[in-house]
Design a protein around this ligand. Structure first.
Ligand code: ADP
Ligand code: YYY
Length: 206
């Protein structure tokens, strides 16, 4: 069984997926971490992030692995854990360029489709492209201001700066973001994290 939870940046995808997965006793899969890992490798390799063929060669030469645990996903580069380095403002700025390359998307999708079920998958296109046959699909939204207020707990910039960066990324990610026609759309703005998790669990349990 696969549950998909897609949505815009900072809409609550990882926190909600983690809570839903823990309640169901299954892992969750954070696809965005693989796009972030590809961005980190590109930046640290001194590559032009626009240069898809070189970036892909670089990715193929470096074994990146996503470990989808219920308590939080980890990303490995060989034997070295890189999870803590994936949520910087520098990666936020570069990741949309990297995620727009079809070859990078195929590199991510291949890894996701190889994972054993059951799991909760979160990202932008889990319910549309990667797991279109998933029986339970959700799509999270919230206003840019609310998302910026939430993110300000995790980033050094002030709320207007974070809001501007989120709107820029929404725009750049637009090609990847659309709710699946059979997804339930939830505006998390007026809800607590636990309310979102309980709403999704009630829907899954029917
Ligand atoms: N109602 C809510 N729904 C989802 N997340 C919320 C809610 N209220 C606060 N948050 C917080 O918003 C922050 C951003 O959520 P996160 O899971 O990182 O989003 P995303 O994975 O979409 O970037 C987290 O700190 C989360 O706990
Ligand atoms: N399935 C996915 C997941 C993420 N992406 C891209 C788009 C996002 O800007 C980045 C980072 O996604 P992530 O979900 O980690 O981060 P945010 O919640 O957007 O802060 O990756 C994507 O194109 N497709």
């Amino acid at each position: 069984m696969i549950v998909t939870i897609d949505g815009v940046a900072a809409s609550g995808k990882s926190s909600v997926s983690g809570g839903v997965a823990q309640a169901l006793g299954i892992p969750y899969v954070s696809s965005g971490l693989l796009y972030r890992a590809a961005t980190l490798l590109g930046l640290e390799g001194g590559l032009d992030l626009q240069d898809a063929p070189r970036l892909l060669d670089h990715l193929r030469a470096h074994p990146v692995r996503l470990e989808p645990l219920a308590a939080g996903n980890r990303v490995w580069l060989g034997e070295q854990e890189i999870t803590d380095r994936l949520h910087s403002t520098r990666i936020d700025r570069g990741v949309s360029v990297v995620a727009a390359h079809p070859a990078v998307r195929a590199w991510v999708d291949e890894q996701l489709r190889a994972l054993p079920e059951p799991f909760v998958a979160e990202g932008r296109d889990m319910g549309t492209n990667v797991f279109p046959h998933a029986p339970h699909k959700f799509y999270l939204t919230a206003s840019a201001r609310i998302r910026a207020e939430r993110r300000s707990q995790e980033r050094p910039e002030n709320i207007p700066e974070i809001e501007a960066a989120l709107l820029r990324r929404d725009e750049l990610d637009r090609g990847q973001i659309a709710p699946a026609p059979d997804a339930r759309v939830l505006d998390t703005g007026p809800m607590t994290l636990d309310q979102v998790i309980q709403t999704i669990l009630a829907d899954i349990r029917g």
